[in-house]
Design a protein around this ligand. Sequence first.
Ligand code: KG4
Ligand code: ZN
Length: 341
Amino acid sequence: MTVLLALETSCDETACAVVEDGRKILSNIVSSQIDVHTLYGGVVPEVASRIHVENISAVITEALIKAEVTMADIDAIAYTRGPGLIGSLHVGVQAAKTLAWSFGKKMLPIHHLAGHIYANAFVTDLEFPLLALVVSGGHTELVWMASDWDFKIIGSTADDAIGEAYDKVARVLGWGYPGGPVIDKMARTGTPSYPLPVPKTSGPYDFSFSGLKTAVIQLVAREEKAGREIRPADLAASFQETALNSMVRKTVQAARQYQPKMLVLAGGVAANSRLRTLITEQMQACPGVQVVIPPLWCCTDNAAMIGAAGYVAYQHQLFGGFDLAADCSLEMPGEAVLEAR
Ligand code: KG4
Ligand code: ZN
């Protein structure tokens, strides 16, 4: 039995979990800063790192108490090393090092997106080769995994991440932060009746969202100038359909070409109800591919997912030393990582 303490502080959630054998969640504490960042219409990095500093000890203590374990029961400490906001990451990395030093534990530095992908292991055993659509506030990536812990990015966004586009559109329209859940809800009662440009990209599996975001902002300005009232639900539906349709179409194309055993959704935007429906419907064109959609609680940032990925890293003995610092643009580990060992 392997019990990991996992830490996640890459953005605006201070999170700590205790996870047994990468599957059984003994505790999963997430302290969200949304209420504070809402005041500014988005995450303020300096404020985020300060709140992490204030909360991290209490969150760790609560995770241990809830799991009914002490540090003596912990085999290793998994933590998000990157990517993310540097100040935020730094707090989690220092907490991991402090615990590792004080209690003589090994550390497992984890890539944030590996966490999002391996969160799906809470749903079912992952089978490879696997294709992951990772969609969050910072990322929009198609990740091909020929085998366990081997991540190859085959498509990514040329500009904004999809979650970022949701957040920015919502901010401009005064719909609040984070924009994703608000637009998701509003779009349910709307009709996609506003014409918006379909994002253009160079690579077959690349994405783009900044042109769409700008088009929404320009449309609102035009309508206001013409004295016409915006229909918010229709605008939300129009933005959402345009953003999701081309992304889902490309994902299905990639699944057709690469023929994975599984297609997994990952990241905060995987909580989107329309995306979940679209991917399920359109993947019927690839009957041999199992579609895995994470439960809502593990789509957005949490530490249990770092524990799930940490367990795989633990099995491969991918420990990190005290020399490793937070890395805001950390690359995903490829095949070479395991081969080099
Ligand atoms: O994975 P996550 O918690 O943090 C990052 O790693 O970025 O993702 C947060 C992002 C935000 O942009 C938020 O607006 C988006 O996920 N999000 C959603 C929904 N719930 C959260 N986007 C669309 N629909 C949702 N229901
Ligand atoms: Zn995330």
